[in-house]
Design a protein around this ligand. Structure first.
Ligand code: KMH
Ligand code: ZN
Length: 311
């Protein structure tokens, strides 16, 4: 089973592809705001920055490499945090389009979603009467028609295109079956130990965000991967902080950030990504654990190093 780590890696997911500008003024979508919040999150204790891009004019989700190019070098200049580029894409993009930013910039890490599923946030559409931008309401409301496609062929394509670049995958597992998908791929030789699993909990379409389920996911992963894996958890919405705090006590790592929750506490919007990082850092340290530096995260996960990226 994955041994209890001495240090806790904090990942911060800065903006994502679920929330929209209407939902929080803090959600960054211009390059300078994505960069600024990412740098502040790193200063607050995040050693990995999970990054999506957005259109600067209206906050729409973008997978255009030019929108990543506008913030990646700024972040690299200002911090030694590990950059992790999403391959999640947006609602209607092909796997080739989704991996283009990671293929272009060859970061130390990128996400890899481990199964196809319903992936919906349509209930959020009822919470807002006025929307800042024209695209937002339909984007959110129509997510009930969305199948997040990540077939075995898609997964293999990502592994074969990006693996040789030395990019470490954040294997996003939204349910127990995804762990078995990952095991199948690992046995087929697609991924090398130690793999890094992100237990994604509380997405409508995936496993619910509670501690019993986290323990079940971890036990299953222990059984399937033994010492060959490291893990982290992200809880969507209100589950973010409780699951993150639980992860440190179970010997794992955690992810916070406005991609996964817009809140700092019940009903109170976070002012920034850094505010969430600072809060979980306090909790981690109060519970007697230490936060990993970026270089410690590189060591724990076996990353290629910031000198081997292409930005
Ligand atoms: N927004 C998270 C629930 C990705 O970027 O590949 C999932 C995610 C997907 O982070
Ligand atoms: Zn993401």
């Amino acid at each position: 089973m994955a041994g209890k780590q001495k240090k806790t890696i904090i990942t911060c997911a800065i903006t994502g592809a679920i929330h929209t500008p209407t939902m929080s003024d803090a959600l960054p979508y211009r390059a300078e705001d994505i960069a600024g919040q990412a740098i502040d999150a790193a200063k607050a204790g995040a050693s990995i920055l999970h990054l999506h891009a957005r259109r600067p004019e209206d906050g729409g989700v973008s997978i255009d490499p030019k929108h990543f190019a506008a913030f990646l070098p700024v972040i690299k200049q200002a911090t030694d945090a590990v950059v992790n580029i999403s391959t999640g894409g947006s609602l209607k993009t092909t796997i080739d389009e989704r991996i283009l930013p990671a293929r272009t910039f060859s970061p130390e890490m990128c996400s890899l979603n481990m199964g196809s599923m319903n992936f919906s946030f349509h209930p959020l559409a009822n919470r807002y009467k006025e929307w800042k931008f024209g695209w937002e309401k339909d984007y959110v409301a129509n997510s009930d028609t969305y199948i997040f496609r990540n077939t075995f062929a898609d997964i293999e394509k990502v592994a074969r295109d990006l693996g040789p670049e030395g990019i470490k995958f954040e294997h996003e597992c939204y349910d127990v079956g995804h762990l078995y998908n990952l095991k199948f791929c690992m046995d087929s030789g697609l991924f090398k130990a130690p793999i890094f699993i992100q237990f994604v909990m509380g997405i409508l379409g995936g496993i619910g965000a509670d501690i019993d389920n986290l323990v079940f996911m971890k036990r299953t992963a222990d059984r399937l991967f033994g010492d060959d894996y490291r893990w982290s958890v992200l809880g969507a919405g209100g589950a973010q902080m409780p699951l993150a705090a639980t992860a440190t006590q179970l010997g794992g790592n955690l992810r916070v950030g406005l991609e996964d929750s817009l809140f700092i506490s019940r009903g109170v919007l976070a002012k920034s990504n850094a505010e969430q990082v600072a809060k979980i850092r306090r909790i981690v340290e109060d519970l007697g654990c230490e936060v990993a530096t970026p270089d410690e995260a590189r060591e724990i996960l076996g990353l290629k190093g910031a000198d081997r990226v292409n930005f």
